[in-house]
Design a protein around this ligand. Structure first.
Ligand SMILES: Nc1nc(SCCc2ccccc2)c2[nH]cnc2n1
Length: 156
């Protein structure tokens, strides 16, 4: 039984806009997403989220709030990916392009779901309504969801 792979995802908001980044390399390349990545040994999940945001967008955020927990199973891979989703509307700096990500602000009513992970359209409505959410999604490959269950929750 392999331990879940701990990952972070940060979605910053400045209503009516949301900050996404075009992933330039690695896992999820070619898709708009929040900022995030792996949790390093000895690091809290929130500290990892803050670090990845800074590395990938040059933004500093000191009041990340955890709003979602998404677990992904990829058929053929025994390791579950456990993605902790954070948000804030209070951050410092200007979003800058890095080796990893090309940032862009989107109007919340024109989020490019067709160029994002297919599950995002399932949980974004909860996220945009300021609710906490939890989901379990099974992928076959990187594009096909074979099973999913996403719900609003009271607490993560
Ligand atoms: N929105 C979204 N994000 C991810 S991975 C996010 C965490 C991550 C992992 C690796 C590098 C950077 C960031 C997804 N996986 C499957 N559906 C998904 N949806």
């Amino acid at each position: 039984m392999v331990a879940n792979k701990l990952l972070t995802l940060v979605l910053l908001r400045q209503a009516p806009r949301i900050l996404l980044g075009m992933k330039k390399r690695g896992f999820g390349v070619g898709r708009w997403n929040g900022f995030g990545g792996k949790v390093e040994p000895g690091e809290t999940i929130k500290a990892a989220a803050r670090r990845e945001l800074l590395e990938e967008s040059c933004l500093v955020c000191n009041d990340l709030k955890e709003v979602g927990l998404l677990k992904f199973e990829f058929l053929g891979n025994p390791q579950i990916w456990e993605v902790h989703v954070f948000t804030s509307n209070n951050f410092e700096g200007e979003a800058k392009e890095t080796e990893e990500m090309r940032p862009q602000w989107f109007e919340e009513k024109s989020i490019p779901f067709d160029q994002m992970w297919p599950d995002d359209i399932l949980w974004f409505p909860h996220f945009l309504n300021g609710k906490k959410f939890s989901g379990y999604i099974v992928f076959e490959g990187m594009d096909k969801m074979v099973k999913y269950d996403v719900e609003e929750v009271e607490s993560i």
